[in-house]
Design a protein. Sequence first.
Length: 305
Amino acid sequence: MKFGNKSFERIGFGGWQLGNSEFFDPMSIEDGINLVKKSVELGVRFFDTAPGYASGLSETILGLALKDDREKVFINSKFGHRADGTTNFEVASIEAAVNESLLRLKTSYLDSLILHNPSMDILKGKTQHFQEMKRLKEKGLIHHYGVSIDSYQELDAVLANTDCDVIELLFNVYSQSCIPLFDEIIKRNILLIIKVPLDSGWLTGKYNEFTAFKGIRSRWTVDDIYRRSNLTSRLKTMVGDDDLTKYALGFILSFDAVSVVIPGTRTINQLTNNLEALNYQLPNHLKSKMIQLYQDEIKNNQLPW
Ligand SMILES: NC(=O)c1ccc[n+]([C@@H]2O[C@H](COP(=O)([O-])OP(=O)(O)OC[C@H]3O[C@@H](n4cnc5c(N)ncnc54)[C@H](OP(=O)(O)O)[C@@H]3O)[C@@H](O)[C@H]2O)c1
């Protein structure tokens, strides 16, 4: 995949977990740096991060690990959720926030800057956010700009009202509502980044209804867990394997609109496992069954993130 002046494989690196001991199992700065360096060694060239990830530590770790490889990697960061844990979407704060990200990332530019789950008013183009990001692009601080969003309604609004060329979207086997808008994404040459590709871990097959969830995953109700557990069992039977990872990532990669998938990666084993999807092509009959599973069980009763 080539976008702007950078090339990358279609599996990238989700950086939310880097140094993030609040929401995930603890990771030291040193382990984070080693994980990022290993990923570059294995060919990963696309990195997703945000100021709000691990109070700025995700960007800091990427900066330390990537400083000798800056020109060969694509770094996407965000605006709206700050390193100090506060939320600030004020247009007048964008440039200062980008400069703080650049300091942590030890670089002079972001390959892309996206708004981190902005409000519907912003997505409908009722504010000056996109004009301001265009100005920062002309100034050379960022090379591309866009949004990170979750739903069909949000994607529809962005496509109808903005000129952005980067969209980070929640899309996976359990969350397929945006497929009807993919043709438009292809038509406009938008960089489509897929977040939460493993449904926060469920689509690896490692969880079931008896798993005790902590950290960021304690958000699920008993009903959410029960439904996901049933769906996961059905997927295992469908593909004939208990490790669902390559099938789940293969499903996403089977859509031409998808530029890059960014599984949240916490260990070197997870990294190598996720990269195996690059050498796997999901057969059409499994893709059709996964779409049917969504149509039958989820479409009219969506699972919460
Ligand atoms: N609003 C936003 O813009 C937004 C929101 C969410 C995510 N993101 C971005 O998207 C990335 C991915 O989303 P996500 O991390 O929420 O969800 P995800 O990629 O669906 O799931 C990540 C989790 O799956 C597990 N995992 C990953 N690879 C595995 C493997 N090969 N085998 C077993 N387990 C594996 C890890 O669980 P353990 O922790 O148990 O090891 C990891 O924490 C994030 O890192 C972030 O960069 C952006």
